[in-house]
Design a protein around this ligand. Structure first.
Ligand code: SF4
Ligand code: SF4
Length: 224
């Protein structure tokens, strides 16, 4: 991780619904945190606040060897932006995943869908010579919400919730497309009953999904 290319003029960044700001962690280490100030705050507002924060406090991150050799799990929210990289038209999730993703299923049947990586472990979008992401505008949520700067516990928990639930919804959509005749990417033995529809993710657009609809009321209070 490159970490700590930080400019220290500390104040709040973000919009009227989400604030992102620097914090001091244990042993005087700098980190970042997020506060949701409106019930209407969406995942899009959250990403905008994080992007504004990065622009103000961090040197520009365009992808690099630091974290583009790590697994980048995909969620249903990442499909529209990745679909724009395919030839004209709107593509179903299985075509996007066939083009860019790997589906792993472990011995316990746990499914993981992530951007494909090469033999060295590099993400397929990493330009290794220039050390940057070749498709920055289409990068998934997990990349958009990550900086090489520690996160607060609540931000980490929120990010994990969005990734895990969004990935489960992607699995459900792939299973539905498979049942309609699409190329199978997931073993037929995986039962769709284990992946009930998550109403919160139905719109599949992070600009429209309210964070409040994704978390428990107890966790929501912690995010305010
Ligand atoms: S957050 Fe950006 S600059 Fe930092 S290690 Fe990851 S890709 Fe590199
Ligand atoms: S999508 Fe881009 S930023 Fe994300 S891991 Fe791949 S190369 Fe890095």
């Amino acid at each position: 991780m490159q970490n700590a290319h930080i400019r220290k003029e500390a104040d709040f960044m973000g919009n009227s619904k989400v604030e992102a700001f620097l914090i001091t962690l244990e042993e005087h280490q700098l980190g970042h945190d997020l506060r949701l100030t409106s019930d209407d705050a969406t995942i899009g507002d959250m990403l905008e606040a994080l992007s504004d924060f990065a622009e103000k406090h961090l040197y520009k991150c365009l992808g690099c060897d630091g974290c583009c050799y790590e697994r980048a799990p995909l969620t249903i929210l990442d499909i529209p932006a990745l679909a724009t990289l395919l030839p004209a038209g709107k593509f179903p999730a299985h075509m996007v995943c066939q083009a860019f993703a790997e589906v792993y299923i472990d011995q316990d049947g746990i499914i993981d869908i992530a951007l494909r990586r090469d033999e060295q472990g590099a993400c397929l979008f990493l330009d290794k010579e220039r050390k940057c992401c070749r498709h920055w505008q289409s990068r998934p949520f997990v990349c958009r919400s990550h900086f090489c700067l520690p996160r607060s516990n609540r931000l980490e928990a929120l990010r994990q919730d969005i990734v895990n639930n969004g990935e489960n919804e992607l699995i459900r959509v792939l299973l539905c497309e498979q049942a309609d005749g699409a190329t199978p990417l997931i073993l037929p033995s995986i039962d769709i009953i284990n992946y009930p529809p998550d109403q919160a993710y139905l719109s599949q657009e992070w600009q429209r999904i309210k964070v409040k609809s994704l978390v428990s009321s107890k966790f929501w209070r912690k995010l305010r």
